[in-house]
Design a protein around this ligand. Structure first.
Ligand SMILES: [Zn+2]
Length: 287
C-alpha cells in the first residue's frame, strides 16, 4: 500500500511539471508572435536578450515632436507627484500642487539644483512636468497652436521634460536660467528649444524647458550644439561613437530597424537601451 502511495505521488509530481512546461512554452510562443523583434545572444555568454517592439518606443532618448507623436508606452513608468516630497524637489519650489514627473528624473534634477544652490543660485521653481493628453489638450485650446503642441506631440507626455522658472524673474535673464543653460548638460539635462535652433525644433526659444536625456548624451549635445533631432541624425549616420565624460569612457551605438539583429552587449557591461521613437534603437554602454 505504501509503495502504491509513493508511485502515485511521483506520477502527480511529473504531471504538474509537464503541465507547467507546456504553459511556459505557450506563453513564450505567444510573446514571439506578438512583438518580439530579435532574440540576441549576448557576446561571450550563453544568455539572450529579448528586444521587444515596445523597447523601440520607450527610453530616455525618445524624440517627440510635431512629426513624431508619443506612443502609449513612451511615458516613463515612474511618474509621480512631487508635492510633499522634498527629496524630489530639493531647494526648488512648485508652482502647483499637482505637478508630476518621473521619479528618477526628479532625483537627477535635485542633484543639479543642489549643485546650483552650492553656488548661491537657488530660486528655482518647477512650473510644469508630466502632462497627460487631457491636460495638453486643455493647454492647446487655451494657448493656441503658436504656443502649445497638440495632445500627443508634446515632450511633457514623456515624464522626462519639465519647465523650470525662477522666482526672481524671467528665465532668459534670471541667474537660474543662465546657470542651467551653462551647466544642465553635466547632470543629464538639455535645454531642448534653444534660440538658434527654432527651424529644426519647430518651437520658439523656451529658456525654461529642460529635457532629461542622460549621460553622455547631454554632454555630447551641449559640446556640439546639437538639439535632439540633430543628435539622433548624427547617431543614425555614424552608427557607433565613443566619448569620455569626467574621465569615464562611454560608447553609444545606433541600430536602424534592419540592423537590430547585430545588437551585441559585451558581458558584464552596464548598459541602457532606448528607442528613438522612429524605429531605431540606441545602446549606451556605461563605463
Ligand atoms: Zn515645457
Amino acid at each position: 500500500m505504501k509503495k502504491w502511495g509513493f508511485t502515485t505521488l511521483i506520477i502527480i509530481l511529473l504531471l504538474i511539471i509537464a503541465v507547467s512546461k507546456l504553459v511556459e512554452q505557450r506563453s513564450g510562443s505567444a510573446e514571439s508572435a506578438d512583438g518580439l523583434i530579435q532574440e540576441i545572444a549576448l557576446r561571450s555568454s550563453g544568455q539572450s536578450l529579448q528586444v521587444m517592439e515596445e523597447q523601440l518606443y520607450t527610453g530616455d532618448l525618445l524624440l517627440v515632436n510635431s512629426d513624431s507623436p508619443i506612443r502609449p508606452q513612451g511615458t516613463q513608468p515612474d511618474v509621480t507627484e512631487l508635492f510633499g516630497h522634498s527629496e524630489l524637489t530639493g531647494p526648488a519650489s512648485l508652482l502647483e500642487r499637482d505637478i508630476r514627473l518621473s521619479r528618477g528624473v526628479a532625483l537627477k534634477f535635485v542633484v543639479m539644483v543642489d549643485a546650483a544652490a552650492n553656488e548661491g543660485i537657488e530660486h528655482f521653481m518647477i512650473s510644469s512636468g508630466y502632462r497627460d493628453e487631457l491636460e495638453q489638450s486643455r493647454l492647446y485650446k487655451e494657448k493656441g497652436s503658436d504656443y502649445a503642441l497638440p495632445p500627443g506631440y508634446s515632450e511633457h507626455h514623456l515624464g522626462l521634460a519639465l519647465d523650470i522658472g525662477s522666482t526672481e524673474g524671467p528665465m532668459a535673464e534670471a541667474k537660474e536660467g543662465k546657470w542651467l543653460e551653462k551647466n544642465a548638460a553635466r547632470y543629464g539635462f538639455v535645454l531642448r528649444y534653444p534660440a538658434d535652433k527654432t527651424e529644426i525644433t519647430g518651437i520658439s526659444f523656451e529658456p525654461w524647458h529642460f529635457r532629461y536625456v542622460g549621460l553622455p548624451h547631454s554632454v555630447l549635445m551641449k559640446k556640439n550644439n546639437w538639439v535632439l533631432e540633430e543628435y539622433l541624425d548624427m547617431l543614425e549616420e555614424k552608427e557607433a561613437i565613443s566619448t569620455t565624460v569626467n574621465g569615464q569612457k562611454y560608447e553609444v551605438c545606433y541600430y536602424a530597424p534592419e540592423r537590430l539583429s547585430e545588437l551585441k552587449i559585451p558581458k558584464g557591461r552596464d548598459y541602457a537601451l532606448s528607442g528613438d521613437n522612429r524605429g531605431g534603437l540606441i545602446l549606451t554602454l556605461y563605463p
